[in-house]
Structure formats: structure tokens, C-alpha cells
Design a protein around this ligand. Structure first.
Ligand code: IMP
Ligand code: MG
Length: 183
């Protein structure tokens, strides 16, 4: 998709260029922090797929990648707190250094569940890397070690994030026109 604004988008909050620069910085930081460790990068489907694909190419280390599918919302724009694993890991993470890659931390409910679930498998370490953090709506305390951008309390789409499964392929993060959310 081109960087020209999509007709359903009201405004771009984070441009493609800003994302690229920040992903490079995060990759450099992670390369330093995980040197000598047994890195397993775990992407949370489906929202984190775009971020993960770019991020891992900025990390200059041996690593394994795996994916976990969770569903928390259905088509609503608020977390129900009910999280369901729709696809489990294929790799073993025991004694390894797990980096969870997520698109956004909103209420924190999804990540709280995932971290507890993964911790029970006894990794050596477990940290979170999220593209976006929306601290205004946090109800569960989750420790985010790596964060791309802090954003205000608005429902955003693009760069992996969806509204009703659409807009994941936008190369920027933006807010939709109000009529799109209500129809
Ligand atoms: P939480 O459990 O409330 O932290 O929600 C996390 C999940 O909700 C994310 O992985 C996203 O899939 C989704 N989500 C939360 N906020 C947004 C948003 O602004 N746009 C798109 N998806 C969102
Ligand atoms: Mg979603």
C-alpha cells in the first residue's frame, strides 16, 4: 500500500519513516541486550506480524522465531479480559531468553495472560517489546521493557493493527474517520 492517506483514515499518528527509524533503534538496543543469550522471539498473532518482520531484520544475532495466536476481542474495540490461545508455540522455551513482540499494550489483560502462561514453561528470562503503548487504559500491571511509541487513548490501525480485521497493511499508524467505527 502506498503512503498516501487511505480514504478511511482521518489522520496519521506515526508515519512510515518514524516507524522505520524507531524499529532500527529498538533493533540496535536488542542486539546489545541479547548478545550471548538464547533468544527466542515470539510474535503475538496477528497484530504483531508486521512489526516482528521488520524488527528481527534489525537484530544482528542468532535467534529463533515463533508465534502464538490469541484472541481477546472479537470485533469490538475494547478488551473483554477473556483471552483464548488459538495457536500455541511450536518451540520449547525452557531455559531460553524469550522476547514477546506485541503490537500494542492497551488494558494489559492480553499480555498479562500470555506472560503468566509462558512463565509456567520456565524460560530463563521473559521480556516484552511492543510497538505501541496506550498507558491511559491500563488495568493490569505489565512490565514493558521495550516500547516503540507511547500513544494517547485513541483506537488506531495500521502497521499490523486492525479494525474488524481490516487496515493491517497500512504502512503507518493512524486513526479512522469516526463514521468508519460506527457503521
Ligand atoms: P489489551 O488486552 O487491552 O492490552 O489489548 C491488546 C490487544 O488489543 C492488542 O494486541 C490489539 O490486538 C488490540 N488493541 C488494543 N488497542 C488497539 C487499537 O487501538 N487498535 C487496534 N487494536 C487494538
Ligand atoms: Mg486486534
Amino acid at each position: 500500500m502506498s503512503n498516501v492517506m487511505h480514504p478511511d483514515v482521518e489522520k496519521i499518528i506515526i508515519s512510515q519513516e518514524q516507524i522505520q527509524n524507531r524499529v532500527k533503534e529498538l533493533g540496535r538496543q536488542l542486539t546489545e541486550d541479547y548478545r550471548g543469550k538464547e533468544l527466542v522471539v515470539i510474535g503475538i498473532l496477528r497484530g504483531a506480524a508486521v512489526f516482528l518482520a521488520d524488527l528481527i531484520r534489525e537484530i544482528d544475532l542468532y535467534m529463533e522465531i515463533d508465534f502464538m495466536g490469541v484472541s481477546s476481542y472479537g470485533l469490538a474495540t475494547k478488551s473483554s479480559g477473556v483471552v483464548r490461545i488459538t495457536k500455541d508455540l511450536e518451540s520449547t522455551i525452557t531455559d531460553r531468553d524469550v522476547l514477546i513482540v506485541e503490537d500494542i499494550v492497551d488494558s494489559g489483560l492480553t499480555l498479562k495472560y500470555i506472560v503468566e502462561n509462558l512463565r509456567s514453561r520456565k524460560p530463563r528470562s521473559i521480556q516484552i517489546c511492543t510497538l505501541l503503548d496506550k498507558p491511559a487504559r491500563r488495568v493490569e500491571g505489565v512490565e514493558v521493557a521495550y516500547n516503540g511509541f507511547v500513544i494517547p487513548d485513541e483506537f488506531v490501525v495500521g502497521y499490523g493493527l486492525d479494525y474488524a480485521e481490516k487496515y493491517r497493511n497500512l504502512p503507518y499508524v493512524g486513526v479512522l474517520k469516526p463514521e468508519i467505527y460506527t457503521t
